[in-house]
Design a protein around this ligand. Sequence first.
Ligand code: ADP
Ligand code: ADP
Length: 222
Amino acid sequence: DSIIQLKGVSKTYRNGSQALIDVSLEVKRGDFLFVTGPSGSGKSTFLKLLYGEECASEGEVRVDNDFPATLRGDRLSLLRRRIGIVFQDYKLISRRTVTENVSFVLWAQGYTRKEINRRLPPALKMVGLQHKAECFPEELSGGEQQRVSIARAIVGTPPLLLADEPTGNLDPDNSWQVIKILKKLNQIGITVIVTTHDESLIRLSNHPVVQIKNGRLSSVNY
Ligand code: ADP
Ligand code: ADP
């Protein structure tokens, strides 16, 4: 059973730049996959196709039994609820506490206060930040901010977690902490896809890797 399937996918942006060329890939449920490659090679574009931020110019993208390119409005939102996303720059709301940042997505989805209060502690515990619940982002280190963004990504218990260069702004220690949390999430059954150009993290991690170079995907060991 695969959670992600790409068949002959190409993406050309309107300015003519070819971000992906004839990419085919299948990711099984429960896998942890690294996507590596130089800057500008098409890694972010690959993730954007998965969460429906961009549409393929050619080919087919299937995610958790849906075709994101065919979805609009509410039906795209429903798919996105099943996908946790983590970005290099955290994207936290600076005037909101950790608790507020993490619960905001649940409020927006209409969860009750009781349900939110039930889900928040395990999400913060998973990233080791229970004691920072009432802090504001600027009171946290970069590594801590990224861990808040991971808590926010998983508080809705999605089956799929996408992380786009999650360690891009972090030192090696904090980078490894973030990867360890992602591994732990994978061990409880979440499918995890991480883009990175950090070869040392990949070597330390012992997970499958695919490489994208100039828009073309090649399997390194997947
Ligand atoms: P528009 O022309 O309507 O802004 P685009 O698809 O060109 O739509 O751009 C969408 C977003 O992607 C914009 O926020 C833009 O700044 C950003 N963008 C445009 N070109 C690039 C690029 N080469 N690399 C990364 N992001 C880009
Ligand atoms: P990576 O994540 O590996 O750095 P990207 O997927 O961001 O690569 O970009 C792949 C290629 O597509 C690059 O040449 C980039 O400039 C181009 N690109 C990315 N986003 C846009 C956009 N919105 N509009 C036009 N070109 C883009």
